[in-house]
Design a protein around this ligand. Structure first.
Ligand code: HEM
Ligand code: HEM
Length: 187
């Protein structure tokens, strides 16, 4: 039997299980990462990467890993056809999704470069030492700290737009778009 969205139209095809899992995992990891970022002490010249700052690096490198997996999966698996929508909406969704991928990838790299410029040993999952992204004491690595902060706020704005679009489809258009990111309902 075909499932129907609340406007009576058949629900559009779902994203595959891996895409859905990675999508919601990244949301959960970002909530943790922003909470830690705002709770951790101000990073000064002589700050050591201990306590909450170490957790920020832990979650940051984890997010980078999951985002890389997501991008890899995205390039190798087709996106199922979406709900019908006007051209401008299709285009803005495409642009927002692309920007989300770019920012999700670039943001941790900037944090990493800033950490390296402070002489910190950045470790994947808190264990495997990663190469330095910027030389210790480098000016550009240092400057990327502020950019990292600003881009993190930009990411929040993009997510806000993205969630507003999802809410608009779910409660105003009622076209079943959100279902595409949720597990298929059993018949
Ligand atoms: C998507 C992942 C990440 C998000 C959302 C994020 C978010 C943030 C935010 C919001 C701040 C500013 C905190 C404040 O209010 O002072 C910050 C600072 C910082 N983050 Fe991240 N971060 C991420 C990944 C990383 C990674 C992977 C690293 C390093 C390996 C890192 C290293 C740092 C450092 C060193 C600072 C202090 C920068 C400075 O004040 O100069 N971040 N991060
Ligand atoms: C409550 C939060 C969220 C909701 C309700 C939501 C909902 C959705 C929905 C319904 C889609 C499918 C759109 C379509 O069929 O065209 C989607 C796609 C997507 N979402 Fe989210 N999302 C949320 C949070 C996030 C976050 C935090 C990120 C990343 C920072 C994100 C990144 C993406 C990306 C990149 C796509 C495009 C997938 C692709 O086709 O490649 N979402 N989201």
């Amino acid at each position: 039997m075909t499932n129907h969205s609340s406007n009576g139209l058949p629900t559009p095809p779902h994203y595959d299980t891996v895409s859905r899992f990675l999508h919601w995992t990244i949301l959960a990891l970002l909530i943790s990462e922003f909470t830690i970022a705002w709770a951790m002490p101000e990073v000064e010249k002589d700050t050591r990467p201990d306590g909450l700052i170490a957790w920020h690096l832990f979650f940051g490198t984890l997010i980078l890993t999951v985002v890389l997996l997501r991008i890899l999966w995205r390039f190798t698996h087709p996106v199922p056809e979406s709900v019908p929508m006007p051209r401008w909406q299709e285009l803005s969704a495409k642009i927002t999704h692309k920007l989300l991928y770019v920012v999700l990838f670039a943001l941790p790299l900037m944090g990493w470069a800033n950490a390296s410029s402070r002489g910190w040993d950045v470790r994947l999952f808190g264990t495997i030492s990663l190469p330095a992204m910027a030389p210790k004491g480098s000016n550009w690595g240092h400057a990327l700290g502020d950019v990292h902060h600003a881009v993190a706020i930009g990411l929040l704005v993009l997510i806000g737009l993205h969630v507003a679009a999802a809410v608009y489809h779910q409660w105003i258009l009622r076209d079943g778009l959100l279902q595409r990111m949720l597990p298929p309902r059993s018949p």
